[in-house]
Design a protein around this ligand. Structure first.
Ligand SMILES: N[C@@H](CCC[C@H](N)C(=O)O)C(=O)O
Length: 270
């Protein structure tokens, strides 16, 4: 099986081209591929499959030729992945499967429009963030309150007082299962200046990652709310680089670099 490896601000993915949807991608195979010692190593897998042969999203086939089938590194399925969408778009263009410029990608969270610019940055229209109210996360024995933001997938973005670099994010934060019955991605951030935040994230299904695109948008929404704003452009510093989030009131955009770094043949099998 051919694979590629790519990342967006060091949120890294194994890309599996499977245009006709022939691959049986079990949770255990995904976990084996993402294993950083015994596999290739990644935060998740992006299966590249034609939308029309993907029953989950085949209704989107008229608008998007390709479906990003995203899996977390533990093999679980997620609705959306912002950085994954950007890396997926980069792969489609590099592989000649899409024209540079603007096009749509099908995800479980719906259609996402992407555009590539000459600098190499990829921007995704992430849709309108949906704010559900406040909830709490327990991180290393401390309780933090945050904003519950739905980006297609669930987020709890918490502004905290202590520097995020000092946090112990080794373990899955505690959360209210009544609020998040399918789990949650937890962002911890420091608002560090006008329209700028430093963020770390513990992702559902993947542990701490060096960036999370949907989490960056959730963080921008929570940081904007702190200063009574709902629109504007936010710089989100993540462990793996810098992302730009623009909130328009009607939708949100996520922009940043996305690169393919390797290609090869996968020897792992079920
Ligand atoms: N890294 C992603 C989010 C991936 C999915 C997430 N772990 C979930 O289970 O919802 C991003 O860049 O958005």
């Amino acid at each position: 099986m051919r694979f590629l490896k790519g990342h967006g601000t060091e949120n890294d993915f194994v890309i599996l081209p499977d245009p006709d949807g022939e691959l049986e991608l079990s949770a255990s195979l995904v976990a084996a591929i993402c294993d950083r010692r015994a596999g290739i190593g990644a935060d998740g897998v992006l299966r590249v499959v034609r939308t029309k042969v993907s029953p989950e999203v085949s209704d989107l086939a008229g608008e998007a030729e390709w479906f990003m089938d995203y899996r977390n590194s533990d093999g679980s399925v997620a609705e959306m992945c912002g950085n994954g969408t950007r890396v997926f778009a980069r792969h489609l263009v590099d592989a000649g499967l899409a024209q540079p410029g603007e096009f749509a990608i099908a995800t479980r969270g719906g259609l996402r429009r992407v555009s590539l610019d000459v600098s190499g940055d990829v921007t995704v229209d992430m849709g309108l963030p949906v704010v559900h109210g406040r909830s709490v996360a327990m991180v290393a024995g401390q309780e933090f309150e945050g904003l519950h933001v739905d980006m297609g997938n669930p987020h709890l973005a918490c502004a905290i007082g202590e520097p995020v670099v000092q946090l112990d994010l080794t373990h899955q934060p505690g959360f209210d299962p009544g609020v998040f019955p399918s789990g949650v991605n937890v962002e911890l951030f420091n608002a560090v200046g006008p329209a700028r935040a430093v963020m770390r994230v513990y992702e559902r299904g993947s542990a701490e990652t060096r960036a999370c695109g949907t989490g960056a948008v959730a963080t921008a929404v929570a940081a904007a709310a702190l200063s009574g704003e709902t629109t504007g452009s936010w710089t989100i510093e993540v462990v793996g680089g810098t992302l730009t989030v623009t909130l328009t009131g009607d939708t949100s955009y996520l922009a940043g670099p996305a690169v393919i770094v390797a290609a090869g043949e996968l020897m792992l099998a079920e």
